[in-house]
Design a protein. Sequence first.
Length: 467
Amino acid sequence: MSTEIEEISLEEQLKPLLDGDDKHALNEFLDDQNISDVADLINEHPDYEAEIIGNMSVHRAVSVFKILDLSVQKQIIKELPSFKTAELLNELPADDRTDFLEELPKEAIRDLIKLLNPEERKITLSLLGYPEDSVGRLMTPDYVYVYAHNTIDEVFGIIRRVAKSSETIDVIYVINEKGELVDDIRIRDVILAAPGKRIDELLDGRVVALNINDDQEHASQVFKMNNRVALPVTDDNNILLGIVTIDDMLWVANEEFTEDMQKMGGSEVLGEPYLDISLIKLIKKRAGWLIALFLSEMLTASAMQHYQETGIFKSFIDLVIFIPLITSSGGNSGSQASSLIIQAMALGEVTIADWWRVMRRELFTGFSLGLILGIIGFIRVCAWQYLHVYNYGPHWRLMATIIFFALIGIILWGSLIGSMLPIVLKKLKQDPATSSAPFVATLVDVTGIVIYCSVASIILHNVLAGH
């Protein structure tokens, strides 16, 4: 309740300041607020977003700008006067600035880069030159480095001189005269060491570094496995180029999660918030997969036409009743397996080398699940027949047997397809999330019809021969 009152109070204080002429009072008010509160005010007053950012001190404005949604950031840059835009972009950390610029059209990037001072422009162009989704795009060149021969006292002097512009001082990096990375040292170890002690006495050689061309998703895994707040980035010659911090990894993880969810839902990656994307682009993003899935489902009709010609559906029309039940069960089991394996691969729990272990588990799991559902299906047919809910004819026992074995086969097949497809895609260097639930379900639907009709043909062979 108190939070709600506080938020209303902030809005009530802000409105007259925005409408008035006292810009100094507005600046003081905004600079006194938490950056998250200012971000909330911007989201609640979209008509004033540029004015709010423009009337903050540049350091505070940068802190707010970094946590805003991309669509809001674009709108602010569009509305701000060019000198304010230049202030904001020059003050933004290099990695955050690069992350923002890479989402813009090339023409806009060109215009905004002209606003940067020569040093920041050089850094930005360098970062933008690295491959998309590489560690180079996330890297910041602002860090504290020392040499092995420096004493602790000298290190503190270096920190006081350069740390103000650094992304973090939690970790100090040790290089040699060639600029090669030697080691990294926690600031805690530096603080606890005697002033006259040399840095080379603190080295342990356990440095973990990223390569400039490493994939961002790989970098996220390295952070997770090594429990670091920052990691150094080197080139192929071990020259220290910059660092990547944990906050960058959190954004990467969030972006990867969003992309995977969209792919697993059977859509292309939107690349921008749902409500901001144009209807034409939204249709284009979704149409491709829907067309592909629709054409795939047409194979189901072809399979049914083939078995229709054998006379199986004419002689046993009740087989048609169970087609949705049978195929959807296989699709569901495939979707389950696919989702579990994609998630396990994303967390590093499953790798390509584990394919045989995964297959063995899914063989047993798929058979067991199929057996459970097969028994339920068998009982359902028998119960309906005995209770006179529905009459399946003189061959109802054969019908129940078909349902039993078909469910075992289809669910086993669905589990295998769903679990193996992400691993195959990973082996082919494709995104496993592409093996989305709709795609697996469609694939299993087509093959499920073949399995169902094949089981029916085998069990009803003698009966059909007598017709």
